[in-house]
Design a protein around this ligand. Structure first.
Ligand code: PEP
Ligand code: MN
Length: 368
């Protein structure tokens, strides 16, 4: 809590302020040398007294009191137009649709290169693949680690496709930044605040996935950690939350996608693969997400699902990814979005939207 004081501050006022702080078990500290702002920090034990704010407001030396609820949140739309985030020459948000495809985990450089070629030809703008994998069991395949990053960097070099890969540990952020164009914070780490702060300080766009048991508000506050560190190149990803039914791995929260598109100006994409947990349901969930307003999709793809090291049952084949890409880009166009990035060497061939379509899209964006 911050208390803004009237100046000059008399010695008696100072005593009153520190006395009240002590009574309410708050640590007082003046910020700056002018004694205009008093910071009050709650002690480590006991809940803060709910009357604290009004008790300070009643003192004549107090001009106003600010607490967490007064700080303008950076994720909130506040009438701002959609933000466009650029990753390796491709854009997402503000009318730009981005398709991301690739394996769950990096398995080998040749296999990754084969997948990269195919998903790029289908219209993907970025390649996904984990070098570090967050597995429920410590005995499951944990990813290749550093050799996986080297494979990602090599394939990026050869294919020209930008890379998105997950970082699990704040100590690995520097190494992952070297190999990747976008840092993924996975569902299990959505509330790893040390990691959120570290990627917030990194000079790379961030893909933040919603925690599997997190509310939308908690998701937005996790985003706030990244934004508060100064990294505004942030994309949110709805990947399904844990439900009570096992027919799908998770419940794709389509309502959350629609809500987020209103509540925040940040781009919102969806991961139908981890939501479905089965390859045959990835396409319908992808369509639902785009219809709800998603600015992009991240999809797990593998040429031979039987050989996959992790998440094999949800990997779509290269051919099925091509079909999904065509459908998703068609749906995105209906929503007034384009996947065309003229500056990108790997941009899929697509008819340029006419000026009229462009104008309609602009109007639609401003109506939101
Ligand atoms: C992944 O993208 O492979 C992944 C582990 O996703 P999530 O964090 O959403 O489970
Ligand atoms: Mn996966």
């Amino acid at each position: 809590m911050l208390v803004l004081l009237r100046s000059p501050l008399a010695a008696a006022d100072r005593d009153r302020l520190t006395g009240l702080a002590r009574e309410l078990r708050l640590q007082p500290r003046f910020l700056g040398s002018e004694e205009r702002i008093l910071e009050l920090v709650a002690g480590e034990t006991g809940a803060p007294d709910p009357s604290a704010r009004s008790r300070f407001e009643q003192l004549t030396c107090v001009a106003s009191v600010l607490d967490g609820s007064d700080v303008p949140e950076r994720h909130a739309r506040h009438g701002q137009p959609d933000r466009r985030v650029e990753i390796a020459g491709r854009s997402v948000g503000a009318g730009h649709f981005l398709l991301i495809g690739g394996p769950c985990a990096v398995e080998s450089e040749p296999r990754l290169a084969e997948i990269a070629r195919s998903v790029a030809a289908s219209g993907a703008g970025l390649l996904r693949g984990g070098a570090y994998k967050p597995r429920t069991s410590p005995y499951s395949f944990q990813g290749l680690g550093h050799p996986g990053l080297a494979a990602l960097a090599a394939v990026r070099e050869k294919s020209g496709l930008g890379i998105v890969t997950e970082v699990l540990d704040p100590r690995d952020v520097e190494a992952v930044v070297e190999a990747a164009d976008m840092l993924q914070v996975g569902s299990r780490n959505m509330d790893n605040f040390a990691l959120l702060r570290e990627v917030g300080r990194a000079n790379r766009p961030v893909l933040l996935k919603r925690g599997l048991g997190s509310t939308v508000r908690e998701f937005l506050l996790a985003a706030e950690y990244v934004l508060a560190e100064g990294n505004e190149q942030l994309v949110l990803c709805e990947r399904g939350v844990r439900g009570f039914d096992k027919v799908t791995r998770n419940l794709l929260d389509v309502g959350a996608i629609a809500y987020l598109k209103r509540a925040t100006h940040l781009p919102v994409i969806a991961d139908p693969s981890h939501a479905a947990g089965r390859a045959d349901l990835v396409l319908p969930l992808a369509k639902a997400a785009v219809a709800a307003g998603a600015d992009g999709l991240i999809v797990e793809v593998h040429p031979n699902p039987a050989e996959v090291h992790s998440d094999g049952s949800q990997a779509v084949s290269l051919e099925d990814f091509a079909a999904l890409a065509a459908a998703a880009l068609g749906y995105a166009r209906l929503e007034g979005k384009t996947s065309l990035d003229p500056e990108s060497p790997t941009a899929p061939r697509e008819t340029t939207p006419s000026t009229l379509e462009g104008q309609e899209r602009e109007k639609a964006l401003h109506r939101r």
